[in-house]
Design a protein around this ligand. Structure first.
Ligand SMILES: CCCCCCCC/C=C\C=C\CC(=O)SCCNC(=O)CCNC(=O)[C@H](O)C(C)(C)COP(=O)(O)OP(=O)(O)OC[C@H]1O[C@@H](n2cnc3c(N)ncnc32)[C@H](O)[C@@H]1OP(=O)(O)O
Length: 738
């Protein structure tokens, strides 16, 4: 767990060892068969005491095994019921108190508790490629090993606030500028640290003990912190951790070190028991779990190998295509971008160049690193012939099956036989698209989310004949583009949009019954969603859904004469969105939608009195009695119908576990991470409660099938509502209570 050795005559080297990331475990696992004799923390403490007791040791270096310092505390430990605690804070103090100089040799990563260990050291040397940070806030915590007290003393309050409240990982070069590390080296970091430790022998350490330093003053500290708190609260949307991080830093500015540490502990414990930390830690592991994909036919990440993508193409330079090209260029994959004519091509090229300029500015090394002016890296064309040598094509044209089929049939003819053909459809049938190609095994859905160069989610949809190699290649490409790939099966809307459908439908039904768009949005945004359904619809454009509903024959010229206005195929239907579209209200792009905007293309949504009176007239025309709908009903009807669909998706094998649905929602649909995703949220509300509410609403609205409880949900409740991790193992079990 930590190795003690002599690095040079007088320098002891303590190497943290706990693969793969040298997490600082503090649990003594006592179950038979998996019994560790020593935790990492215990070993670190023992190493320090041994070095202290050995008169021949004059200095110490702390480093990590396999080129990684440490990723911090073992996150699994925070929710383990079997704790035999050994605090990290006291060990960091022990390091700092050492009379022998201690140098941290930071390679790879020093995160969370790992960086806190380094902050206890008297000097820090980092390899140029190392990254550092205090990402506890991203798992619902704060740095609980005195990091909130030491970091401001070292780098000042503004930089400490930024690092601790965002949790961002910074490169060694930035750490050097901030004063977080003393030196950055390109050579062997441990050797450099041992050399430095040797030089430091006998030098006074007092000035290097951060707990003894004052926090650098700011002329307007109080105002600065209040402003920071207000900003953080606004950004956090109900997540507690960022706010408590600010409070801990504030304590550092107001109280002596020891009192600040006590405050930090108090705040840490609030977070640890808040429920939000549990949700965010679940989300951390869920994201990693979905990388290990499997399909019902037995294909899996274990046996499938990705093929290299040396050159890619994107067809269609609309909003999605532009973002996809940008993502590929950022991932340093040469791209050919194709449009149907020169006019569209030039428009697309200008837009892509603008996006890339902006991205280059945001990146560390600037435009040079992206090299997008080099035609070998990014080429624009109107001729399909340029696609002959690409390894993978992503089609991102208009959502129309006939058009997509025409394109895929051309691609199948032109592209080399081993090329993969991907579609960015958000709902259409992958098998139907694949059917026009001579290589259905190499056809796959890659559903990006807008803006595609920003959003992390990539839904990867396999068809009936998609090969495991194709899935593995798409997943690998997602990783290279720094996206979270989630492998799902083929059905209308896949996972994300399919679950969104009953949610949006309920939102519109609520308007029919008495709510206003801003009531529904507010309730859901207060819950923590980044954006409510009506603001979202205005942003995306109401015409998108209108077109799809026309294609499905739900509205427009193909609707059978005599169809009742509020019924389709025997079930409840709301024509409200269609009526708005007929009036040219497409949302932000037309300056009017569910809200009004300052101008076409405006972004500030204002409740619209026209919409309010339109809704009143609509209710009168359809003899609907307006009623007051409270926040609870808004949340339950929208969220529980979405969750209900999730249970159906699981039962059908469209996703292999609830964590897939949660990762999709957190990364693609603005679901608040501190609520863990919709399925995790359902487990916290309690499956019997969700079932009871769905039953209640379904009885009130028998004409809405989406409110009828899923058979899988009923089964889980009948089986005693097992833990979320066990849901899938109950899918095929018999229940005698049903
Ligand atoms: C009453 C109880 C009181 C307890 C008191 C405790 C004392 C409190 C004092 C200190 C508290 C400190 C807080 C912390 O340190 S919290 C941890 C902060 N660190 C992080 O958030 C880092 C998380 N990890 C990452 O960001 C990445 O994993 C990274 C290290 C950058 C590596 O990324 P990558 O190369 O892409 O690899 P993976 O992400 O796939 O990770 C590889 C496997 O390692 C597992 N992992 C990573 N980090 C941790 C961790 N901190 N704890 C446990 N496991 C970790 C990850 O799950 C992967 O494993 P697998 O493939 O099996 O899922």
């Amino acid at each position: 767990m930590a190795q003690y050795a002599r690095g040079a005559a007088a320098v002891a080297v303590i190497r943290l060892r706990n693969p793969p990331v040298n997490a600082l475990s503090w649990l003594l696992v006592t179950e038979p068969l998996i019994s560790f004799s020593l935790t990492v923390l215990q070993a670190l403490e023992d190493g320090l005491k041994r070095a202290d007791a050995d008169p021949s040791v004059k200095a110490v270096t702390i480093c990590g095994e396999n080129g990684k310092f440490s990723a911090g505390a073992d996150i699994r430990g925070f929710s383990s019921p079997r704790k035999q605690g050994l605090g990290l804070g006291p060990i960091v103090s022990l390091i700092e108190r050492s009379e022998k100089p201690v140098v941290a040799a930071i390679e790879g990563i020093a995160l969370g508790g790992g960086l806190e260990v380094a902050l206890g050291c008297h000097y820090r040397i980092a390899h140029v490629q190392a990254r550092m940070g205090l990402p506890e806030v991203t798992i619902g915590l704060l740095p609980g090993a005195q990091g909130t007290q030491r970091l401001p003393r070292l780098v000042g309050v503004p930089a400490a606030l930024d690092l601790i409240t965002t949790g961002r990982h910074i490169p060694a070069t930035e750490a050097l500028k901030l004063g977080l590390v003393d030196e950055v080296v390109e050579e062997n970091t441990v050797e450099a640290a041992i050399r430095l430790a040797n030089k430091l022998i006998g030098q006074p350490l007092g000035p290097r003990r951060l707990s003894l330093k004052p926090v650098p003053k700011l002329p307007n500290m109080e105002a600065f912190l209040s402003e920071a708190l207000a900003k953080v609260k606004k950004r956090a949307q109900g997540c507690l951790a960022p706010e408590l991080c600010v409070q801990a830093i504030k304590a550092a500015t107001e109280q002596p070190f020891a009192d600040g540490v006590r405050k930090e502990q108090e705040l840490f414990n609030i977070l640890l028991t808040s429920g939000q930390a549990k949700a965010m830690q679940y989300a951390f592991f869920a994201e990693r779990a979905v990388e290990k994909w499997t399909t019902p036919s037995g294909a899996s990440w274990k046996s499938a190998s990705p093929q290299p993508i040396r050159k890619a193409a994107v067809i269609g330079l609309g909003t999605m295509g532009r973002g996809i090209v940008t993502s590929l260029v950022k991932a340093k994959i040469p791209v050919v971008a194709l449009e149907q004519n020169l006019e569209y091509l030039n428009m697309g090229r200008n837009a892509v160049m603008l996006l890339l300029e902006r991205e280059a500015m945001k990146m560390e090394q600037g435009a040079q690193a992206l090299d997008f002016h080099n035609p070998a890296r990014l080429q624009f064309a109107v001729d399909f012939d340029v696609l002959r040598d690409v390894d993978l094509v992503i089609e991102a044209v208009f959502e129309n099956m006939a058009l997509k089929k025409e394109i895929f049939s051309n691609l199948s003819r032109i592209c080399k036989p081993e090329a993969f053909l991907c579609t960015n459809t958000s709902a259409l049938n992958i098998d139907e698209i694949a059917s026009v190609t001579g290589r259905p095994q190499q056809v796959i859905g890659m559903h990006f989310f807008s803006p595609a160069h920003v959003m992390r989610l990539l839904e990867i949809i396999y068809g009936r004949q998609t090969s495991p190699t194709t899935i593995a290649t798409a997943m690998q490409l997602a990783k290279v583009m720094k996206k979270v790939g989630v492998v799902v099966g083929n059905c209308f809307g896949f996972v994300g949009n399919r679950m969104m459908f009953p949610y949006s439908q309920q939102a519109v039904f609520l308007l029919e019954e008495g709510s206003r768009p801003e009531d529904v949005d507010q309730a859901l945004e207060d819950f923590g969603l980044k954006i409510g359904p009506f603001r979202m619809s205005d942003l995306a454009g109401l015409d998108v859904g209108w077109r799809s509903r026309k294609d499905q024959g739900l509205t427009g010229p193909s609707l059978a004469p005599g169809t009742p206005a509020r019924q389709r195929r025997g079930y409840r239907y709301s024509p409200l969105p269609d009526l708005l579209c007929e009036k040219g209200r497409f949302g932000q792009k037309t300056g009017k939608g569910w809200y009004e905007y300052e101008k076409a293309g405006g972004r500030t949504a204002k409740p619209d009195p026209w919409v309010h009176s339109f809704l009143c007239e609509y209710r009168n025309a359809h003899q609907i009695k307006t009623r007051f709908i409270d926040q609870e009903e808004i949340l339950e009807r929208c969220l529980y119908s979405l969750i209900n669909e999730g249970f159906d998706i699981l039962a059908e094998g469209i996703a292999s576990g609830p964590e897939h649905l949660d990762v999709v929602y957190i990364n693609g649909y603005g679901w608040p991470k501190h609520r863990g995703g919709p399925m995790f949220y359902a487990s916290t509300v309690g499956l019997p409660n969700i079932l009871a509410k769905l039953q209640k609403y379904s009885e009130i609205h028998p004409d809405i099938p989406q409110l009828r409880p899923s058979a899988f949900l009923k089964k889980l409740v009948a089986m005693g509502s097992p833990l979320l991790n066990d849901w899938m193992s109950h899918l095929h079990k018999q229940s005698n209570k049903l």
